[in-house]
Design a protein around this ligand. Structure first.
Ligand SMILES: NC(=O)c1ccc[n+]([C@@H]2O[C@H](COP(=O)([O-])OP(=O)(O)OC[C@H]3O[C@@H](n4cnc5c(N)ncnc54)[C@H](O)[C@@H]3O)[C@@H](O)[C@H]2O)c1
Length: 358
């Protein structure tokens, strides 16, 4: 129900797959993101989450289960899945955390493969406090990949969506898939942990895991806290657009629909196990991107406000993506068209909408 997940589910359905979605419905998720599909939502009666317990001056975070609502027993869940498989629905959405190893094991018995996107994704939040990243990225990935390994062995396909950020900043040239992991912020460290577990499972158990590392994605449905939606929404509202540091950080941009197509191309045609980089030729300095969007929206550059830089802010990411090109993938939506779609999406939703705080 997040940004790239919803685009990927749509792409999978377009290709004829029936999808079981697991999403914890965090602040970043929006059920409306799946509104183009024929979907049923189910909620487990038992929810697992981490609770802070203080024991003799130490803080520990044990996994606890609390009753919730929805289906009550394993049999109920099996019945939901059975009904889904016999229905003409596109997707069954299980509202639960991927941290739940029992749930993940149960679901693995019904799927041919996994595309793992669930994660906390906002770098700024990880700098404030990375606990949620440790839970969703590390525990959540471990619980999912271990369930997959135990149930499916060397069968099936497991695709992990990682990020270019695991390689750290690339000041010159571009990194290929053999570059070492050098994460430089807590989000990137959590994503790197996923990759380390993935590589260890490939080596130890022969688990068929393939890693895809996209660069910066943009497009409709991205959470308003992210850079591109923030530029557009602030411009619509006529309020200052904060840009970190000198605004000269360089990023490569891909449209969300192209990312989803790339993920499914690797899922269908890629090697398992392997690693694939996903990028485009659209590399811009952050300030250039803001100016481009403002020009497209007919807004004034005076809205741009340089603010104190993010600590540890990487100056540049850049990936070589010849391997993915070799699979027949390349971006179809150029920056101009993608930004136009994105601006229209946010404008349709937010222009003339009364503000909640008047
Ligand atoms: N957006 C990008 O530019 C980009 C680039 C490269 C890689 N990625 C990766 O792609 C994936 C998706 O990113 P996004 O931008 O769509 O993120 P997002 O924040 O929009 O969505 C994340 C989704 O994961 C769900 N989630 C979080 N923790 C969960 C948990 N424990 N159990 C179940 N669901 C959970 C949230 O509810 C949300 O729906 C992430 O793994 C991210 O690291 C994103």
């Amino acid at each position: 129900m997040g940004f790239l997940g919803s685009w990927t589910v749509e792409e999978a359905v377009r290709r004829g797959y029936r999808v079981i979605v697991v999403d914890a419905l965090t602040y970043a998720a929006n059920p409306d993101n799946l509104s183009t599909l024929n979907v049923r939502f189910v909620v487990p009666s038992v929810r697992h989450f981490w609770s802070l317990i203080r024991a003799e001056g130490e803080e520990v975070y044990p996994l606890v289960s609390v009753p919730s609502y929805g289906y009550d027993t394993v049999a109920d869940l099996e019945r939901e899945i059975e009904e889904f498989l016999n229905s003409d629905l596109d997707a069954l959405v299980v509202v639960a955390s991927v941290e739940d190893p029992d749930l993940m094991k149960r679901l693995m018995a019904h799927v041919e493969g996994v595309v793992h996107l669930a994660a906390e994704t906002h770098v700024d939040r990880s700098i404030e406090d990375a606990w949620d990243f440790v839970r969703s990225e590390i525990l959540g990935f471990y619980s999912t990949v271990d369930a997959f390994r135990r149930v499916k062995g060397r069968e099936g396909k497991f695709l992990l969506v990682s990020t270019d950020e695991v390689l750290g900043e690339i000041l010159e040239g571009a990194a290929d898939e053999s570059a070492p992991l050098m994460p430089r912020n807590p989000y990137a460290a959590a994503k790197s942990s996923q990759e380390h577990f993935a590589q260890s499972y490939i080596n130890t158990y022969g688990t068929p895991i393939t890693i895809v590392r996209p660069t910066n994605a943009y497009g409709p449905r991205q959470h308003s806290e992210k850079f591109v939606p923030k530029i557009i929404l602030n411009a619509i509202r006529g309020i200052p657009i904060p840009v970190y540091g000198d605004g000269r950080q360089r990023r490569v941009w891909i449209y969300a629909e192209d990312v989803a197509r790339g993920i499914m191309d690797v899922y269908e045609r890629g090697n398992f196990p392997d690693v694939y980089h996903m990028a485009s030729d659209d590399e811009l300095e952050n300030l250039q991107l803001v100016k481009k969007i403002l020009a497209m929206m007919g807004k004034d550059e005076s809205l741009i406000t340089l603010v104190e830089d993010r600590p540890g802010h990487d100056r540049r990411y850049s990936l070589k993506w010849d391997k993915l090109r070799g699979l027949g993938w390349s971006p179809k939506v150029n920056l101009e068209e993608g930004l136009r779609n994105t601006i229209n999406y946010y404008a349709e939703r937010y222009v003339n909408r009364p503000s909640v705080r008047r």
